[in-house]
Design a protein around this ligand. Sequence first.
Ligand SMILES: Nc1nc2c(ncn2[C@@H]2O[C@H](COP(=O)(O)OP(=O)(O)O)[C@@H](O)[C@H]2O)c(=O)[nH]1
Ligand SMILES: [Mg+2]
Length: 315
Amino acid sequence: MNRELLKKAIEGDELSVSRILTKIEYFSEEGMEYLEELSARAGRAYTIGITGSPGAGKSTLISTLIDHYTKEGLKVGVVMVDPSSPFSKGSFMGNRIRMQDKTMNKNVFIRSLASRGFLGGVSAEAIMLIEALDGLGFDKIILETVGSGQTDTDVVSVVHSILVLAIPGSGDEIQALKAGIMEIGDFYVVNKADKPEAEALYDSIKFAIESGETFWRDGWKPQVVKVSALKGMGIEELTKRLREHEEFVRGGGLFEKRIVERRHKLIELYLRRKLEAVLEETLKENKTTLSEYESKGINLNKAIREVYERFKQRI
Ligand SMILES: Nc1nc2c(ncn2[C@@H]2O[C@H](COP(=O)(O)OP(=O)(O)O)[C@@H](O)[C@H]2O)c(=O)[nH]1
Ligand SMILES: [Mg+2]
């Protein structure tokens, strides 16, 4: 481990931060040493998860939140697990100068995760980067994930506040309820409220909340807020409500609880990954054994048990 690099990263040197995060993201041995150091310093950042279907405006909203929080003098870290829409495209189209402003700002760090064929939910890497950014002294850490119904419910175990973005005219009204995504939000944010159809979506979510169809996480009644991330409408209201939620979380002893949950989730995801790799190897190595059993007509059950024993030994 390079102590000088770590020191520079903690002091806020962007290149050093970037190097360390890359080592962590790729599970290198050195990376895990940095993670150990940073995780020991972590546990202070307030984390916000933003989820919703591709094109809902997650990245655009994050961009306005960055503006808001940096104006308050806060350091903002962003982790994006959205293979379909990198920050540099959609969300900043036609606004390149502001984008440059943000990445030049010492108080902002944005990391887009390599997708490696996975669908955009929470991954072990994403949580490791959150731990690292927390340890590096970022005040707010925002996680962007693609919500595709059930696949994204892991985000619940990872962040302090969850914002589910919904957009008008996309079938989100029915879709949201069907997919069970209405079960995870602390906030349902109707984005693109500059469009007239937003009102109907707002009403239907409001109705769902009032009739008890949404889940109250740790006793928090979910709220619906209308914004236009693009035009900056409703952002003051949203951040005010988020502040209230933060007070609720801190006051109710949930702040630490969720950090513990996020670490458990990291261990779980790491183990699943390892297990999957061992399984792949075992299957590859036992192909001949399996086909021999077949050709010689020997007991399939015996083959299963034998391969299972080898699998267990490998773990
Ligand atoms: N009309 C309108 N368009 C928006 C708004 N927010 C985002 N968009 C546009 O929606 C598209 C997708 O935005 P993006 O932030 O990349 O969505 P993501 O895939 O959820 O991250 C972009 O073309 C944005 O400019 C909004 O409030 N109003
Ligand atoms: Mg995006």
